[in-house]
Design a protein around this ligand. Structure first.
Ligand SMILES: O=C(O)[C@H]1O[C@H](OP(=O)(O)OP(=O)(O)OC[C@H]2O[C@@H](n3ccc(=O)[nH]c3=O)[C@H](O)[C@@H]2O)[C@H](O)[C@@H](O)[C@@H]1O
Length: 437
C-alpha cells in the first residue's frame, strides 16, 4: 500500500470531523474499516521498508506517513491519529461548555464514546494502569481503550487529573479508582503498567520522602499483586537512572552516575530501587517483568505548571513572557513525542523480552536550541532570561535506542517539531477554553 492511500484513509475520518459531522457514532463505521486497513498496510510492509525505517537516526522535519496512524500491527495497537486527536485536540469540547462571561462550565449529559475495538475472549485483557490519570498514563489509557481492552486506572491525583480521562468515565470497559499505590491494592488483572510517580523535578522534589515511598512501596505493592495474580508487570523507569552521565549516548548497559544524596536522588535512586525490586521479583518469584527507561517526553496534557522545560517554554512563549533558561543552556536533552512512547510501551509489554529497554528520541538539542525552536513554533519574539542551573542537572542526555530497534522493531516516528506543533495547539486551545491562564 502506498503512502498516498494510507493518508487518504485517515483523511476520510478527518473529513467527517471537519464537516461538523463529528460525533463519535458517526466515526464508528469509518473507524472499523480504517483500523483494519491500517493494520493490513502496516503488516504488509516489506523487509526493505523496515530496514529503511531503522536506518541511522537523523533530525528530520518531514511528516512521515506512519505518523498518520500510531501503533504496531504485530501487537494490534494501530489507531488512526485523527481518532486520538478527536480526544485531545477536539474542535470543541465533547462534554462541557465554557461561558467566558460568567467563567462557568456546564457539563453535558448523557454522553457517547468513541468506538472501541471489539476483541474476542482471550484477546481482550484486563489491564491495570497506575498513574493512569497523568500525562503519559492518560495517553496510554486512550490507546488501550481504543484497541479494545478493559482498563482499570489507579491514581491519587497528586499530579494526575480526572479531566485527562473524563471522556471514558462511565464506559463499560473503564474504571477509575482514587488510590495511592503506597497502600496495597488487590484486583484480578492480566497486565500491570506501573507508572505512578511524579516525574517533574519540582513535583518530585516537593516531598522527597513521599517520592521515595511511591517508588519503593508502590513498586513492592504492584509487584506483589503481579506475583499473586500472575499478571505481567511493566515498570516505567527513567533516563534519570543514568544520572549525570559520563557515557554518551546512554545504552542500557551503562550503570549510571547518580548523586545518592542530592536533590534529585529521591527520584533517581527511587527508580533505581524500583528496577532492583522488579528484577528481584523476577528471579525470586518468577514474576514476568518488563522495564522501560523513558527519556524526556512531551505532548498534550502536560500540566501547564509542571515545571519541565517543554511546558514552561510553550506557556511562556504563548503569554509573551521571557523564556527561562537554567544555567548556560548548553546542557542537552532528547525529546520524544508521547505517541511514540505509548507505541513503545505497548510493544514492550507484549514482546518476550525482560531486560531494560530505552524509549526515547535520539534527536538531541541544547536547551538554547530548543528555546529557539519553541519561539519559532509559537511565532513569538519573546526574550530569554538566564536563571541559575539546578543542582545535579544532567549536562547531556541522549538515548542509545539500538536495543529497542532490534528487540521491539521500534523507533520514534514523530519529528520533534511536529510534536511541538501539536503541543502548542493543545495549550492554545486550553487557554481559549479558559482552562489555563
Ligand atoms: O521530561 C522528562 O521526561 C524527564 O523530566 C525530568 O528530567 P529533566 O531532563 O531535568 O527535565 P526538565 O525539567 O524538562 O529539564 C530539562 C532541561 O531544561 C532545563 N530547564 C527546565 C525548565 C526551564 O524553565 N528552563 C530550563 O532551562 C533544565 O535545567 C534541564 O537542563 C525528570 O527528572 C525525568 O524523570 C523525566 O523523565
Amino acid at each position: 500500500m502506498s503512502d498516498h492511500s494510507s493518508s487518504k484513509i485517515i483523511y476520510e475520518v478527518h473529513a467527517n470531523n471537519e464537516s461538523g459531522n463529528n460525533s463519535p457514532s458517526n466515526d464508528r463505521n469509518e473507524f472499523s474499516k480504517t483500523v483494519t486497513e491500517l493494520e493490513n498496510c502496516r503488516g504488509n510492509k516489506t523487509e526493505s521498508d523496515n530496514a529503511e525505517e531503522t536506518s541511522s537516526f537523523e533530525r528530520s522535519d518531514k511528516w512521515v506517513w506512519d505518523t498518520m496512524a500510531v501503533g504496531h500491527a504485530c501487537v494490534k495497537s494501530v489507531v488512526p491519529l485523527e481518532l486520538l486527536r478527536h480526544i485531545y485536540l477536539p474542535q470543541q469540547s465533547h462534554d462541557r461548555i465554557f461561558d467566558p462571561t460568567t467563567r462557568t462550565i456546564s457539563y453535558l449529559q448523557p454522553r457517547s464514546y468513541l468506538p472501541v475495538k471489539s476483541l474476542i475472549q482471550g484477546e481482550k485483557k484486563r489491564i491495570l494502569v497506575t498513574g493512569g490519570a497523568g500525562f503519559v498514563g492518560s495517553h496510554l489509557v486512550d490507546r488501550l481503550m481504543l484497541i479494545g481492552h478493559e482498563v482499570i486506572v489507579l491514581d491519587n491525583f497528586f499530579t494526575g487529573r480526572k479531566n485527562n480521562l473524563s471522556h471514558w468515565m462511565g464506559h463499560p470497559n473503564f474504571e477509575l479508582i482514587r488510590h495511592d499505590v503506597v497502600d496495597p491494592f488487590l484486583i484480578e488483572v492480566d497486565q500491570i503498567y506501573h507508572l505512578a510517580c511524579p516525574a517533574s523535578p519540582p513535583h518530585y522534589q516537593y516531598n522527597p520522602i513521599k517520592t521515595v515511598k511511591t517508588s519503593v512501596m508502590g513498586t513492592i505493592n504492584m509487584l506483589g499483586l503481579a506475583k499473586r495474580v500472575k499478571a505481567r508487570f511493566l515498570l516505567t523507569s527513567t533516563s534519570e537512572v543514568y544520572g549525570d552521565p559520563e557515557e554518551h549516548p546512554q545504552a542500557e548497559t551503562y550503570w549510571g552516575h547518580v548523586n545518592p544524596i542530592g536533590p534529585r536522588a529521591c527520584y533517581d535512586e527511587g527508580k533505581r530501587v524500583a528496577e532492583t525490586l522488579t528484577y528481584a521479583y523476577m528471579h525470586q518469584d518468577s514474576v514476568d517483568v518488563r522495564v522501560a527507561r523513558i527519556f524526556n517526553t512531551f505532548g498534550p496534557r502536560m500540566n501547564e505548571n509542571d515545571g519541565r522545560v517543554v511546558s514552561n517554554f510553550i506557556m511562556q512563549a504563548l503569554k509573551g513572557e521571557e523564556l527561562t533558561i537554567y544555567g548556560d543552556g548548553l546542557q542537552t536533552r532528547s525529546f520524544q513525542y508521547v505517541h511514540d512512547l505509548v507505541d513503545g510501551l505497548i510493544l514492550l509489554m507484549n514482546k518476550d523480552y525482560m531486560e531494560p529497554v530505552n524509549l526515547g528520541n535520539p534527536d538531541e538539542y541544547t536547551i538554547r536550541e530548543f528555546a529557539e525552536l519553541i519561539r519559532n513554533e509559537v511565532n513569538s519574539s519573546c526574550k530569554i532570561k538566564t536563571l541559575p542551573a539546578p543542582t545535579d542537572d544532567p549536562k547531556k542526555r541522549r538515548p542509545d535506542i539500538s536495543r529497542a530497534e532490534q528487540i521491539l522493531g521500534w523507533k520514534p516516528r514523530w519529528p520533534v517539531k511536529q510534536g511541538i506543533g501539536e503541543t502548542v495547539k493543545y495549550f492554545q486551545r486550553q487557554m481559549e477554553a479558559g482552562l489555563i491562564g
